[in-house]
Design a protein around this ligand. Sequence first.
Ligand code: ADE
Length: 232
Amino acid sequence: MRIDIITVVPGLLEGPFSHSILKRAEDKGLALVRIHNLRDYASGKQKQVDDYAFGGGAGMVMMIEPIAKCITALKSEREYDEVIYMTPDGKTFDQKMANELSLKANLIILCGHYKGVDERVRQKFITREISIGDFVLSGGELAAAVVADAIIRLIPGVLNDETSALTDSFQDGLLAPPVYTRPAAYEDMQVPEVLLSGHQANIESWRFDASVRRTKERRPDLLEGREVKGDN
Ligand code: ADE
């Protein structure tokens, strides 16, 4: 998979992709992330990428020309499955959307800034608009990093233990069960006996029940309209 991210603040995105799982995904050739500085596509001495809003009002608007130039240049090199715009008024990102996007080959992600992009960018180029929640960030960069991380870790081979993405919270519509590691006893707190038993079927059954219990307690909305056994 390849993800091209278009931004006016490339520095904000350098960190997340040069560490840990995302770096490993790139080193293994499983996910290539390229950051594009929108200013490189702006014309004139000023390299202007934003301008005042027609009709007045506070805040600058990102201009269509540099964005069009950048997207057109990328599209001339390969076909893209989606051109995504990060915006608080987009569809809320969730694990289902992450699963869906992880199957794509090439994605462009445009990060909004200031008051956002000229509406014509959305009409002409954008195929999907994503929000990471009902709050407003100062730009789409951190949101793009969140989305890229959630997608890339799902690509087969990116995580060492492939089953670990399958047992994530939300992957089966339930929250993940609690996990423990050594020591088995800490102060007066014991690891549940069953996890030390070595009896795999009992362990799986305990984990499922614990998942259901945790979901009922914390996110009952995830269980609406679903009949789940367990939690006995
Ligand atoms: N840009 C600013 N706020 C955002 C949000 N909540 N989600 C996605 N992009 C954004």
